[in-house]
Design a protein around this ligand. Structure first.
Ligand code: FE
Length: 356
């Protein structure tokens, strides 16, 4: 089984990718991180079957709708949440299959009335959302929260799992990634040890936390499964050509797309001069600016026009993208696979004055 824990630094949210036999689920995807998640699914060769939110979040917007638009993935969360566009409403006891594996749905209300915990078959892993955090738990003072209900949920549905079952929360603000049932049963300062419901309610009723900064936007957006009101792509998604973001963070352009956009972009070949006219040749109109002197030659480039970097295999040109981004160029993409792929896909090239 493939398992990845991904992090959104803006909201300290963990997103979990579970994959088996080419099929995947994503738990708690974050809207702004959808390109990253799509890149990882693509690189690992996984088909996204569904996104599963543990609850209607108040501190970030879910990536469910965006991923659905791109992957046709189903949108799953608790049926009681009543979110628009959710086509896989979940209830306690449901099973969500991927490959030969499945997640069992457990209702764990209390932080919100629609909180779910997802338990992997075999009970070695569970995804607790905000019902149980590492040495903590989600607040209970809005979204129909109830400390009494949360105490019951955690004790009946999560802490009854085997001691060694690993628990993965929706957030951690200290960067701690995982805990276990045995650990939380003993050391959770609110819910573990000898704490009873009365102790817990007293603790939770006196947290005095300010409301999350994004709550007014995030909750309504999540009730639309993360579909923006204007259905527009967020800032930071390049609009000048259809690009793909790799999991490394670099934006790539396919050879066929570059061919189509060749008239509107600057093509910068970052190989050495000797390679520019070797047997691979170069793309018509490409400007030769070797990587070793790229940062000294930035004035030769037009900051207003999109820029595509090219090298032999796409490795040096990826580094050129990173250098250009750092220098403030914001419309930059790498030619996927470099000249090797360009030529293997039969695209036109030149060598000296000769067309190849
Ligand atoms: Fe929450």
């Amino acid at each position: 089984m493939i398992f990845r824990q991904l992090f959104d630094p803006a909201s300290c949210t963990y997103t979990y990718l579970l994959g088996d036999r080419d099929e995947a689920l994503l738990i708690d995807p974050v809207f702004e991180q959808a390109p990253r998640d799509l890149a990882l699914l693509d690189e690992l060769g996984l088909k996204l079957l569904a996104t599963l939110d543990t609850h209607v979040h108040a501190d970030h917007v879910t990536g469910a709708w965006w991923l659905h638009e791109r992957c046709d993935s189903r949108i799953a969360l608790a049926s009681v949440a009543g979110a628009m566009f959710s086509d896989l409403p979940l209830s306690h006891g449901d099973r969500i299959r991927f490959g030969h594996r499945y997640l069992e749905v457990r209702a764990t209300p209390g932080h919100t009335n629609g909180c779910l915990t997802y338990v992997l078959d075999g009970q070695h892993m569970a995804f607790t959302g905000d019902s149980l955090l590492i040495r903590g738990c989600g607040r209970t003072d809005f979204q129909q929260g109830s400390p009494r209900q949360l105490f019951r949920s955690v004790h009946e549905q999560i802490l009854t799992l085997p001691d060694e079952c690993l628990l993965y929360p929706a957030h951690d603000y200290r960067g701690i990634t995982v805990t276990s049932v045995g650990e939380e049963r003993r050391f959770n300062p609110r819910l573990g040890g000898e704490a009873d419901a009365h102790d817990f309610v007293g603790y939770m009723d006196n947290l005095n936390l300010p409301h999350p900064k994004l709550m007014a936007q995030a909750v309504p957006a999540n009730l639309r499964s993360g579909k923006p009101e204007d259905a527009r792509l967020p800032a930071g998604i390049p609009a000048w050509a259809p690009l793909t973001q790799r999991f490394s963070g670099i934006w790539e352009i396919e050879p066929i797309t570059l061919q189509e956009y060749a008239g509107t972009v600057q093509i910068v070949d970052v190989r050495e001069a000797s390679e520019f006219n070797d047997s691979l040749g170069h793309i018509h109109g490409a400007k030769l600016l070797p990587l070793s002197r790229l940062t000294d030659s930035l004035t030769e480039l037009d900051r207003q026009r999109p820029l595509v970097t090219v090298c032999r295999s796409g490795v040096r040109s990826a580094q050129a993208c990173a250098l250009l981004n750092k220098a403030g160029f914001d419309q930059v993409a790498n030619l996927a696979g470099g000249m090797l792929r360009w030529r293997s896909e039969g695209m036109p090239a030149a060598c000296g004055d000769e067309n190849l």
